[in-house]
Design a binder for this molecule. Structure first.
Ligand code: ADP
Ligand code: MG
Length: 298
């Protein structure tokens, strides 16, 4: 799979604030990536660095195959990292045509991209009459005018009402389905879950998880177990192929899985090994719990 962006050991310090710490990840063509983290976790700073508007302290990033300088590479990148800003008294179409003129893009693209974001019927309306959601959609259309390889969005649904949020998310999914790679920063777990295929979870500038969204969601779950002799129970469990890790807490064993295992099957296995349980509960972390666990612990 073609690589769009490679980030290696990126660091950014603002005085004493270490905003981005040794961040490394790769973006492959065709996927939808989320950078997920609470406010202040370094999402916008990371985007600013790769878009060449924030200077990095150390580390490296390279666009595409690395043979192009950043200035040229960024011509193949569409990004919205600020509030949409167009001329208020010009229509949607006039604003986009102006962008075309500045960037040397054919005017044909204007209607095509207005269609993608669902604003074609509103092309003759002045920008000042648009809702925030429509302004944001116009900004997306503008970023798409030059058919970028990748679209970068920072908190694309901030400040929108539920309907506006829904429209933006649907548009992002639609753009992804047309083959454009997407990187979006969000502090909203459900946004990343609904829109992204891959996620980088940041907390205080550090990566806590990086991988597929499914990998974070479809955790196999864990068992809470207790027997009269927890040591014997633990020793036996260590031989089970589905067991990843066992934690001991308040007289209970928390058994984390790396493969699917049903409670009945585990019970049978233990019984065959001469262990009777006096407590067995199977639990699954919700994505919410896992995210909080990832981001709250020190
Ligand atoms: P996020 O986008 O995840 O909310 P930011 O990247 O904006 O986080 O900020 C990360 C950290 O860097 C925060 O502690 C923030 O206060 C700090 N920071 C960001 N920009 C600047 C700046 N220009 N000057 C000083 N500190 C900054
Ligand atoms: Mg931000």
């Amino acid at each position: 799979m073609e690589t769009i962006l490679t980030i290696e050991n990126l660091n950014k310090r603002f005085g004493s604030v270490h905003a981005v710490k040794n961040v490394s990840f790769e973006i492959k063509k065709g996927n939808v990536y989320g950078i997920l983290g609470p406010n202040g976790s370094g999402k916008s700073t990371t985007l600013g660095i790769i878009l060449n508007v924030v200077n990095r302290t150390s580390g490296d990033y390279k666009w595409f195959d690395g043979k192009m300088d950043t200035h040229h590479a960024l011509k193949k990148v569409g990004a919205i990292i600020e509030r949409p800003n167009f001329y208020p008294y010009m229509t949607a179409e006039e604003n986009l045509k102006l962008v075309c003129k500045i960037k040397g893009i054919h005017y044909d693209k204007v209607e095509e991209k207005l269609q993608v974001v669902g604003l074609l019927e509103r092309k003759d309306s002045k920008f000042r009459t648009f809702s925030l959601g429509m302004k944001q959609r116009l900004a997306i259309a503008s970023a798409l005018l030059n058919d970028p390889e990748i679209l970068i969005l920072d908190e694309p649904t901030n400040g929108l009402d539920p309907q506006g949020i829904r429209q933006i998310r649907d548009i992002i999914k639609h753009i992804a389905s047309l083959g454009t790679t997407i990187l979006l920063a969000s502090h909203l777990l459900d946004e990343v879950e609904k829109v992204c295929s891959h996620v980088v979870v940041l907390r205080k500038g550090e990566i806590l998880y990086s991988g597929s969204v499914d990998g974070i969601i479809t955790n196999e779950g864990f068992f809470e177990l207790q027997a009269n002799d927890n040591n014997q129970l633990k020793a036996t469990l260590q031989n089970h192929p589905a067991v990843e890790k066992i934690d001991d807490e308040d007289g209970k064993l928390f058994v984390y899985l790396k493969a699917p295992l049903e409670a009945a099957d585990l019970n049978r296995f233990l019984f065959q090994n001469n262990i009777s349980l006096n407590h067995l509960v199977k639990r699954k972390h919700s994505l919410e719990e896992q995210f909080l666990q990832l981001t709250n612990h020190n």
